[in-house]
Design a protein around this ligand. Structure first.
Ligand code: DLL
Length: 433
């Protein structure tokens, strides 16, 4: 039987959900107008006042907010509550320029933890479970978010953070970890290390994993489920909206339910900025309607996605988002063709490779080049050049039919591509360096 953390909310009627959203949006717009100069200026420029916003149907009147707006506000420009009422900050891992700072009141943390508790419960976790949180702790939101959710449901929480992979596995065995929380690339690495240590899935008590923070394919899900002997659930979120738990997968494992009592989602055309009808592919935009310290209105995530409201076998009524297909700023344009790294991953995993690969893009004599380095698995490792050539050609053909362009493929030895303990870095775009 499906279990919920907050059944009355998670299975609320569409009318009830809309009523909550209407009321909270109106309140939130007043809150930012009164307390955050950036929002007031943007609204004034767009000719909108809080009186124009009566409910969700008026959302489209409000201006968008981008990462650049948030960066400009560094460090406290977007604060909507006195600092004395804030209890925590987190921040994005931005490598260039100023970081985005997110602030939280205790109430914000409580609601965020509830969202993560919903995700854990949907993956089957209860107070009988041992929740192994191997997301990074610190400014990154992964560790703190799942840690908070795990406390809410009363699981025994292991705040192990990422790294020290063999110790992680020893703890899993000794402390009988049943729920694993980390990035999908780290889950794959943990599986690989277990195999090398001579462990089979039945020697590890894990039963489910909650993996997110980066794009991962269905093929990678199947691989992780097999190597770890678990059910693998997706979880989505971003620092600007609290962190993990904006949406989460249920037993149906077919898209993530958005916590609509806290977040309103829209899909827009990233070029024209027009709101697209449900079911269209476009950029995800979120409005956070319950956050106090760092409210966010119509935030352009850059994540490319599709929304669908459908009857779900789990009984939840929240709208679902598909696995993000990548970020519009991760999308590579190679010789004029749009290429998402996830398409390359699908080809590789379907041909029996693991998700250990690197995509190198360069421009030689005014022409874009696409090089894909792919690790052989230990089982297929060979120094037979004929066999290597055959395999490389097979991948080149697979990529050509998926992407419509040619790539150079180089097979490399097992373990020669650096493993990630957090979000994997798979793209090197030398054109931008
Ligand atoms: O990655 C929060 C998080 C932590 C989510 C742990 C899930 C689990 P940021 O570092 O701010 O926050 O990065 C947010 O990561 O805009 C997406 O591009 C990407 N992302 C997050 N979850 C997923 C997912 C955290 N499940 C950015 N699938 C987002 C694909 C994801 N991409």
């Amino acid at each position: 039987m499906e279990r919920y953390y907050q059944p009355e909310i998670e299975t609320a009627s569409p009318e009830q959900l809309k009523a909550w959203q209407d009321e909270r949006l109106v309140k939130q717009v007043k809150h930012v107008w009164d307390n955050v100069p950036l929002y007031r200026e943007k609204m004034e420029k767009a000719g909108v006042t809080p009186d124009d916003i009566k409910g969700t149907e008026d959302l489209h009147k409000l201006p968008f907010v981008t990462k650049d707006d948030l960066r400009e506000g560094y460090p406290y420009g977007l604060l909507a509550k006195p600092l004395s009422e804030c209890v925590r900050i987190h921040s994005t891992s931005g490598t260039t320029g100023k970081r985005v700072m997110a602030y939280y009141t205790q109430h914000d943390i409580d609601l965020w933890d509830d969202c993560c508790a919903r995700a854990l419960t949907a993956a089957g976790a209860t107070n009988e479970d041992v929740c192994h949180v191997a997301y990074g702790y610190g400014l990154f939101t992964g560790g703190a978010g799942l840690n908070g959710g795990s406390h809410k449901i009363g699981s025994l929480t292991i705040p192990i953070s990422s790294g020290n992979t063999e110790r992680q596995i020893m703890f899993m065995q000794d402390l009988k970890s049943t729920i694993l929380c980390c990035t999908p690339s780290y889950a794959a690495y943990l599986g690989e290390t277990m195999k090398e240590m001579g462990l089979t899935p039945d020697q590890i008590p894990l039963k489910a994993g909650i993996f997110g923070a980066e794009a991962w394919s269905e093929e990678m899900r199947r691989d992780i489920e097999k190597t770890l002997g678990i059910k693998a659930y997706d979880i989505y979120g971003l620092t600007e909206l609290s962190g993990p738990g904006v949406s989460f997968e249920c037993s149906a494992q077919s898209g993530m339910h958005i916590n609509e009592d806290h977040f309103i989602a829209e899909i827009i055309d990233p070029e024209t900025l027009e709101v697209l009808p449900e079911g269209s592919k476009g950029e995800l935009v979120f409005t956070a309607i319950t956050k106090e310290a760092f409210p966010i209105i119509r935030y352009r995530t850059k994540d490319i996605c599709v929304l669908k409201r459908e009857k779900c076998s789990c009984g939840r009524t929240f709208i679902k988002m598909c696995k993000p297909m990548g970020r519009s700023d991760d999308m590579l344009i190679i010789r004029g063709v749009n290429v998402f790294p996830s398409q390359i991953e699908t080809v590789l995993l379907n041909q029996g490779y693991s998700a250990n690969y690197q995509i190198i893009v360069d421009r030689v004599k005014n022409t874009d080049t696409l090089d894909v380095h792919v690790e052989m698995t230990p089982e297929m490792f060979t120094d037979n050049m004929g066999e290597i050539d055959r395999r490389q050609k097979e991948i080149v053909d697979g990529l050509r039919s998926m992407l419509g362009i040619s790539a150079k493929v180089t097979l490399v030895a097992p373990k020669s591509i650096v493993r990630s303990e957090g979000k994997a870095v798979r793209i090197i775009d030398k054109r931008k360096i």
